[in-house]
Write a protein that binds this ligand. Sequence first.
Ligand code: ARG
Length: 398
Amino acid sequence: MAKVILAYSGGLDTSVCIPWLKENKGLDVIAFSADLGQGEELSPLKEKAVKTGAEKCIILDLRKTFVEEFIWPAVRAGAHYGGYLLATALGRPLIGRELCRIAREEGATAIAHGCTGKGNDQVRLESVAAARAPDLKVIAPLREWEMKTREEEIEYAQKRGIPVPVTKKSPYSLDVNLWGVSIEAGVLEDPMVTPPDDCYQWTTSPEKAPDEPEVVELTFAGGVPVMLNGAHEGDPLALISALNEIAGRHGVGRYDLVEDRTVGIKSREIYEAPAGFVIDMAHKGLEGLTLSKDVRAMQRVLAPRYGELVYNGFWFSDLREALDGFFKSSQARVNGRVKVQLYKGGARVIGRESDQSLYNLALASYGEEDAFDHKAAEGFIKLWTLPLRAEARARGEA
Ligand code: ARG
């Protein structure tokens, strides 16, 4: 029988996908689950997938790849989509890439996923297939089947003697990986409703955060953090996890956004990205010291563009590679240390230093050491304002 590789989480939707693909498409199903740092033990999925009717279940620990090949480039670029640091959006191209690779390895003719028809994730996964394996068929059972409610899916599974997830369904839809948590649905669908405390997975509410501020120090090399408080060198997973914990404890890294989905609708999403928030802020702080005015100006144009392309599923594109080229080159100078103070939901940069600093104390100082040529300013302003004088003359202001 022909084979399909299914992106499988072990939840109700993707569990029901297994018998559905066999019955409706006549395909053998190979399940695939990736560890992107969602903090869940994945090994039980092997048995579970097989019990549900899969030929087998492939589980891969992709956390290191996720950080090095996806999160760090996004950090270098300062990528965001309206403030969202793209945790979910960065994970999808990696999952999609592996789905396609496994499909080749297993000689499958199709890949399948459990995304709905109105989200961004279907676009992202299928864009990867378009870019890397355009001959593979993509099947999205949730877009095709008639079942509308959880109850119908449970009934479908029970009729086939398939174990249904016993865990009580969270009132929210969650997507978690090392870089952050995305939280939507339930009461959050009303954009005016204050997010209830129970929707947050990682962060303490600012009111309950410690009464004493805490200072963390991040060391950067080539635009990415390499040490936290002088530790975790060579272990970016540990660095991010530790910072998630520290910043989360201080209630730092909560976002409440209304965003414009790729498929044209607006949606309200809550995000938690404690480590991402602090790293992004510290990174910007260090860029102030180490990048020229012109490079920073170009960066302000390109960072949201980078975020948009990630959000819209164009990770595997010529544009992303070209932008990475710009950032790889300009970020080579972003080396040094930044101090960030965390306090009751807020974070601020309170110090930065770099061997490659462009900051010149003799030029900046108002003290005795001042070496700036004050007299040169006169001639400079004369030329700088020439066009303004011409405009004034033309308006008859002379
Ligand atoms: N809005 C985010 C994105 O498009 C997250 C989507 C998944 N969110 C969720 N809560 N399941 O990247």
